[in-house]
Design a protein around this ligand. Structure first.
Ligand code: FAD
Length: 447
């Protein structure tokens, strides 16, 4: 693909903008202890949130990561804080019951209510741990990608208000410019109970809180094998061995051969982001007048926002479905961004990066225990709130001797329905391009 060099600012960096403030590192890292009560694999939001809950309850907890702390998705995300499940998509396919024995209707209501609890939990955690991470609750705008999608959004607003009091409202095309400086969408939906934060500062705040709470933290300690069973696990890492009573797997989109069953149920999809140079105050205000996060309705979706300070745009999406060099994804994302905001033609890119999200075939996150190992996974691209919350729920489940407070516990967790799938999604470019084709067709047909 031809790269247009003029799109890149002289200070361009092929890494996350967020890392300017806090990059994945090894601060607080110590030697691996010979034994611990709870051993957690993965130092993203879910691992750290679980660790914090357990340590505050008096457990001895060790968190390890294969790389630096926060080396997975948690310092790479768009920082949109939302209810965390794709309302309406996964729900219809959700099988009958969960570990609490709720039937389908009760289950759907519980899952949705809990997604709002996940959103609220981020606010509580930020306040309780005094985390300075630019957490702003300025809401979200969801753009209708095709004319046919708008009536669905009108219905969705009513549904979200009835069940979850989400303070949602449909915005017709004629009023759309009060939310976004673009005529790209066919109207949209605003949700006031949504927000955004600075992902790597939020992560740093959680890491510091874990350190204060006495969690043992070990970076660059890839776990290669877990042997044994509950009460007597032996964990083999790149930095030695450790014995543990309980193990939590918090590896999400970076789940590998260590846990083949989990790996076979999630599809790691690359999500890519660019950040622009600073814009004039007037232009930035025109783009997103109310400072909301923006998402949209197609299958292959984009997500975007202004950065803290409200002068630069962050634009994220699926330029490609597998990892590609950052200058390639940057060029494609810039094109997508200027389709939505033609006024940004000529605005240069300062940062470009990507990371992996874990998609599940029912579009829902999952938690539970299998073969003795506790897990939470399947952020489906919206895990800032949900994975943080599920980390806490996994911890509560351990503290309550297997009794869970969460409707997400024990949902049937389907394998990826591709023969011989082993975590390498060779089929993604084909499926992804097919989805893109369907999106365009819908937009043309009804638009
Ligand atoms: C580009 C991008 C944009 C996103 N935007 C948003 C957004 O706007 N809003 C939103 O809600 N969500 C978003 N997400 C999703 C969100 O970032 C994730 O859901 C969340 O960070 C997942 O946290 P986690 O702790 O579960 O996993 P991660 O943060 O991915 O942590 C998993 C960790 O496990 C470690 N690990 C894996 N295997 C091993 C092993 N064998 N031994 C030791 N360690 C191991 C990895 O190194 C990694 O650090 C985005 C994600 C990406 C990549």
């Amino acid at each position: 693909m031809k790269i247009d060099k003029a799109l890149f600012h002289p200070d361009y960096k092929p890494e996350a903008f967020w890392w300017e403030a806090a990059r994945p590192g090894t601060e607080h890292s110590t030697d691996l202890p010979p034994a611990t009560e709870i051993f957690i694999v993965g130092s993203g939001y879910s691992g750290l949130s679980a660790a914090l809950e357990l340590a505050r309850a008096g457990c001895s907890v060790t968190v390890v990561d294969a790389v630096a702390f926060g080396g997975g998705a948690s310092t790479l995300s768009g920082g949109g804080v939302s209810a965390g499940i794709n309302l309406g998509k996964g729900i219809s396919g959700t099988p009958g019951q969960n570990a609490r024995g709720e039937d389908h209707k009760a289950l759907v209501t519980s899952l949705l209510r809990e997604s709002m609890a996940a959103y609220e939990f981020v606010g509580e955690l930020v306040a309780r741990e005094n985390i300075e991470c630019h957490f702003e609750q300025r809401g979200r705008f969801v753009g209708a990608y095709s004319k046919a999608h708008y009536p669905d959004l009108v219905k969705k607003a009513a549904f979200l208000n009835d069940l979850l009091q989400m303070d949602a409202a449909a915005v017709p095309f004629e009023e759309q410019r009060s939310e976004i400086g673009s005529d790209f969408y066919y109207g949209g939906l605003t949700i006031n109970r949504a927000g955004k934060l600075h992902p790597s500062l939020f992560h740093k705040g959680l890491l510091d809180a874990c350190h204060r709470a006495g969690v043992t933290l070990c970076a660059n300690a890839k776990v290669n094998a877990i042997e044994g069973s509950v009460g007597q696990f032996k964990i083999k890492t790149a930095r030695g061995e450790c014995r543990a009573e309980q193990v939590i797997i918090a590896t999400n989109g970076y789940t590998g051969a260590l846990t083949p069953k989990l790996r076979n149920r999630v599809v790691p999809i690359s999500s890519q982001i660019i950040v622009t140079e600073e814009l004039s105050e007037d232009l930035a205000l025109e783009l997103i007048p109310n400072g909301r996060t923006i998402s949209e309705t197609p299958r292959v979706t984009s997500y975007y926002r202004l950065l803290p300070g409200d002068r630069r745009v962050m634009y994220g999406g699926r330029a490609r479905f597998q990892d590609v060099p950052p200058d390639v994804s940057a060029t494609l994302l810039h094109r997508m961004m200027t389709d939505r905001w033609p006024q940004l033609k000529g605005v240069r890119i300062t940062h470009s990066w990507s990371g992996f999200v874990a998609m599940t075939t029912d579009a829902l996150p999952h938690m539970g225990q299998e073969d003795g190992l506790h897990y939470c996974t399947g952020c489906n691209g919206s895990g800032v709130a949900m994975m943080t919350y599920l980390g806490k729920q996994v911890a509560r489940r351990i503290l309550q001797n297997g009794q869970s407070d969460s409707a997400y516990d024990g949902l049937a967790f389907p394998d990826v329905p591709v023969p011989f799938y082993n975590g390498k999604p060779w089929f993604l470019p084909i499926v992804g391009e097919y989805y893109r084709y369907l999106d365009k067709k819908e937009r043309r047909a009804a638009g």
